[in-house]
Structure formats: C-alpha cells, structure tokens
Design a protein around this ligand. Structure first.
Ligand SMILES: NC(=O)c1ccc[n+]([C@@H]2O[C@H](COP(=O)([O-])OP(=O)(O)OC[C@H]3O[C@@H](n4cnc5c(N)ncnc54)[C@H](OP(=O)(O)O)[C@@H]3O)[C@@H](O)[C@H]2O)c1
Length: 268
C-alpha cells in the first residue's frame, strides 16, 4: 500500500498523513509555490511550513491553486521561536492565517523552546504563556491539533505541568546517526507523536558508506532508506526537495527494514 494512503492518529483522534513535505529554505515566491504545487501533484497531502521560513504566502497560494479540497491537505505551521508571550502568540497566529490565506491550520507548533539566536535561553515562563495561547487557538477550532518542536523532556514537562492539553506532536531532529532516545521514550509514554525533521540530515548523510551499502541491500536509494528508518521508529518523516524526481523517490518507501538492520542503523 502506498505510504500516502496511511495515516498516524494523534491523541485527539485527528489523522495525519504519514509523510509530510518540508519547506524550510525554499524561498517565498515562485520557488515555494512550484515546490508545493509539485508535491501536491505527486500525492503529498501534508505540508510543513513555519512563520520563520517566510514562505507561508506562497505555500498557501499553492494549496489554494491546487484545486484539492482544503480538508484533504494537512497543513502545519509554527509560531516563531522568539515569541514567548500570550498576546504576541495570538497575534502571530492571526498573521500566519492571513499569510497562508487559510481559515484554519491542521497543526500549530511552538517552533522551539528558545529563540534560534539564543539557543538554551531559559524561556520556561514564556513557553507556558505561548502554550496557553495555542490552547485557546485549538479550542477555537482554528488549529485542529497543537504541539511543540525541539522540546526536550524537561521542556515538555514544564509546559505539561501548566497545560489543559498535552501536546499532540513534538517535531524534532531525527535521522540515521541522530537519535533522541530520552525524548522518544517520553513522547511515547505521553502519546505525543514524533515528527522527524531533517530525515535526510539536510542531505548530508546520503553518501555515508554504511547507509549507501544498506540501501543497496534493500534495492532502494539512500534517501528512501533514511525516510523508511523514521517510519520504522514510528516517527513521521518530513523530507524536503525542490526536485520533482526526488519528491517522487522520497515517497516510494513501501518496504520494511528488518529489526537486525534497524539495530545496525541505530548504531551509526
Ligand atoms: N522544526 C524545526 O526546527 C525544523 C528544523 C529543520 C527542518 N524542519 C522541517 O523538516 C524539513 C526537512 O528537513 P531539511 O529541510 O533539513 O532536510 P532533509 O529533508 O533532511 O534534506 C533535504 C536536502 O536533501 C536533498 N534531497 C532531498 N531528497 C533527496 C534525494 N532523494 N536524493 C538526494 N538528495 C535529496 C535536498 O535537495 P533538493 O531540495 O535540492 O532536492 C535538500 O538539500 C524542513 O524542510 C522543515 O519543514 C523543521
């Protein structure tokens, strides 16, 4: 069965297509517009963007122009990482909907527990405030699910200690050679779906010898092996490409990796 016909189910019952199309570093305008149009043409039904990617306008336009019913496309976007007050988060969400040209998103995430230009800064109180804003947005129906990104177990605990709603998703870096076992275990325990960002290591791991060899064994490409690896770990991969042939390649991952080979890949 095509992986495009398969969904994960979030803890609130919302279904989410098992592969998402990443749009980081695709410039707003023709590039992002064409990339999303092509991804939708090739059956991707889950698009991942963020306010800080500055391409929400083109992503939204491509969704609109695709002619595909809105409810058939799962759209994720993210609150910019420096926004850490309740009111600023609500305002940012209004702007995001305007930029996307949509009346709702399927998933809204806090992009990171700290501003990207101040990684590790203590934003405990700010994350609690931002989360309260996301809960209000969720309860208004303008986001069908809410979550976080780049959150460690302690970042999650901080928010959950003050939350009415447990995050539905945590989007984290996950690729062969980059596992986050404690975060994976914490999320599993609390029924928080992990989305694997940079599943190809932003393209950097595709020529790694052991990955190339293992891909040959399965008669797939290194990219396909990397994407399947995430799925075997019950994480939702978000590969990005601006090339049509790669978009197609990245969606043909209907094979299984044996438990023994997963162990080898996990040891890389
Ligand atoms: N929440 C966060 O903080 C966060 C952080 C990073 C990423 N993300 C999300 O995750 C998505 C994916 O991560 P990513 O953009 O870092 O990178 P990625 O998907 O791991 O890799 C993309 C890179 O690999 C190349 N590529 C794609 N398919 C290929 C294939 N089949 N063969 C060879 N090369 C291939 C792409 O080049 P071409 O485009 O030239 O094909 C690009 O250079 C992002 O777009 C974003 O949506 C989220």
């Amino acid at each position: 069965m095509s992986v495009f016909k398969e969904n994960f189910v979030l803890s609130n019952g919302i279904e989410i297509p098992k592969i998402g199309f990443g749009t980081w570093q695709i410039p707003n305008g023709e590039d992002a517009y064409q990339a999303v149009r092509l991804a939708l043409k090739h059956q991707y039904r889950h698009i991942d963007t963020a306010a800080s990617y500055q391409n929400e306008q083109s992503v939204g336009q491509a969704i609109k122009d695709s002619g595909i019913a809105r409810e058939e496309i799962f759209v994720t976007t993210k609150l910019a990482s420096h926004i850490k007050t309740y009111q600023d988060a609500l305002d940012a969400f209004d702007q995001t909907l305007k930029d996307l040209g949509l009346s709702y998103v399927d998933l809204y995430l806090i992009h990171a527990p700290w501003p990207w230009n101040d990684i590790g800064k203590d934003c405990k109180q700010g994350n609690i405030e931002a989360w309260k804003a996301l809960e209000v947005i969720y309860q208004s129906g303008r986001a069908k699910a809410i979550g976080v990104s780049n959150f460690s177990p302690s970042d999650l605990e901080n928010v959950m200690n003050h939350a009415k709603i447990v995050p539905h998703v945590n989007q984290i870096a996950m690729f062969i050679g980059r596992d986050q076992k404690e975060t994976e275990a914490f999320c599993k325990k609390h029924k928080i779906l992990i989305e694997a960002y940079s599943p190809l290591g932003t393209g950097r791991i595709l020529s790694e010898n052991r990955i190339v060899e293992m891909a040959k064994k399965y008669q797939v490409t290194p990219a396909q092996l990397c994407i399947r690896y995430c799925l075997e770990k019950h994480a939702l991969p978000l590969p990005k490409s601006t090339h049509e042939s790669r978009m197609i390649e990245n969606s043909h991952v209907d094979f299984r990796i044996s438990a023994d080979d997963m162990k080898i890949l996990e040891s890389i």
